[in-house]
Design a protein around this ligand. Sequence first.
Ligand code: ADP
Length: 667
Amino acid sequence: MDRSKLYRRFRTLLIANRGEIAARVIRTARAMGLRTVAVYSEADRDAMHVALADEAVLLGPARARDSYLNVDRLIEAAKKTGAEAVHPGYGFLSENAEFAQACYDAGLVFVGPTADMMNAMGSKSGSKALMEKAGVPLVPGYHGDAQDDATLAKAADKVGFPILVKASAGGGGRGMRIVRSAEELAPAIVSAKREAKAAFGDDRMLIEKYVDNPRHIEVQIVGDSHGNLLSLFERECTLQRRHQKVIEEAPSPTLNPAQRETVCAAARKAAGAVNYVGAGTIEFVSDGKDVFFIEMNTRLQVEHPVTELITGIDLVEWQLRVAFGEALPLKQDEIRLNGHAVEARVYAENPTKNFMPSVGRISTWRLPAEGGGLRIDAGYREGDSVSPYYDAMLAKMIAWAPTREVAIERLNRGLEESDVRGIVTNIPFLSALMTHPKVRTNAIDTGFIERELAVLTQASQVPGELELCAAVAAVINGEQQAAQSEANSPWQTFGWQPVGRRQRRFAFRVGHGPEQQVVLNYGSGPSTLVIGERELAFSIVAKDGGFDLTLDGVKSSVAAVITGHELYLRTRNGRFDLHWVDPFGGETEEQTGADKIAAPLPGTVVAVLAEEGAKLEKGAPILTLEVMKMEQTLRAPYAGVLTSIKCKVGDIVQEGVELAVVEPSNE
Ligand code: ADP
């Protein structure tokens, strides 16, 4: 194929993706003077990437296969807007050779490798055969064509247990099973094949030696259409959950300079085997000593920013320049490694509920400002909705510093300063990871998160003295703000002092934990707070998003959000979720009791099984929800009359939302 036809200068770029990566590509494309075209589904009409682009084209309904995976609609969108090139981002069609070919056939530049290169590297088996020939070290295993049970069983036996059964077409950890003994093999193959068939339409399997307690190391490479190929150092992505990366860093803290050079040379050899053009990643597993090739990704990766921060290279800019047909601007020995970068993936999910995705509207989106070594690649803004149709990654937070220790510290501070509300996020979990001593000392392997899950997902911490005082301050601050509109309110300033001393009692609890009491003394003289035997001098000064709290002469900044009786605080000790037990607020068990007919988790209403006005026995079914592809029926908590049903079939409901009301009968 004539490469001058494949790669040439263009002025308008269509980004065939959504979320943070679409926003990220638009940012660089625009800086390079290109016109940008976004595409979107019906669920993404108001999405951030649509707002950022110069033009945007509706592809179709929310489901990915009707929109972001619809090749014809994408090509049509390019034609309609005069786009001359397509950037596929990651995920969706980014590694789909037919899409790359369809772009070429339609006269568009595909920002990435050719369909032939993708075909050669796209399947794990095919790429392994190639790597074997090129002399790149592989994990021992079987990647042949024969797929019958006997062949696979014999291969597994030869490799020796434990082994990994992997879908050749696999990605995202799907179609992959660890098998520890011969008896487990047959059922594992059946279920891995079923998953692979459903996910990729291809159920070919390969078998690999399972490297125990491995690390994941990968090398960024970039090739141009003039035969130049560079490696941009390695990343380590060992912190994974269910084979999906959670934290990535560059360079790998595990490799010494000699090992670094070995793995980068192996990666260049691997990419060189297909004369690779574009940005790509060669992935390896390592037992800490040697590295073994596992697969190549023929696209930009989620974690590319850590490489950008240690090399100072904008990888999207390089992708676009390669697509223009330019030669790479640097030589291998001009690529320098500077400092250390760490990235955390911020997801809309609930780590304390088995990482269940969380959908809904983002009511608060406060992330720290970029700068000072912090970078944020976000795909969402305040007011945006997270829909159940796509990957739930909201943003990436990336920190750079001269050393790994400081980069981790900066990242953690960025996480601690973030406040995202309306949906549940994994931010506290990420923060727990970044502060884990074993992460700090790099004493990790790919099974680390699973083993430490209980520690990493600990429910809200127990508040100490500072937090209890901050909770009182948050309540008072909230009341002052509410009173601000009322003229002549005595609460307008906290300095208002009636004659004599007054007391006010507060009680707070975490979840269903015990109540903790605080007494506020105010009136003439300085205000104090009493907790148990301790009495502390106390004052507050309100500021944006919280207040400065001074306790016995020590001032600290506290972020606070108060919604009804629920308090969210961030102090120097971390994050705290507290419930204010208000003696005058009409606190009743009804509000929190188990009698409420509410969605236990976010889900979809799939059936309504009773009618309004019906008399129900205790335990009678009322409606069925589908939660994570599993059905769950909500039942009457006691005998009574179903006075109202607050949802209909097809509704997507948030966790905790009341769906029906049963009035208990008196009999
Ligand atoms: P996918 O394409 O589905 O992401 P990969 O082949 O990239 O699958 O593997 C995903 C993760 O699984 C790797 O990052 C690594 O942690 C683990 N893994 C893959 N192969 C092996 C192996 N042979 N031994 C141990 N762990 C492995």
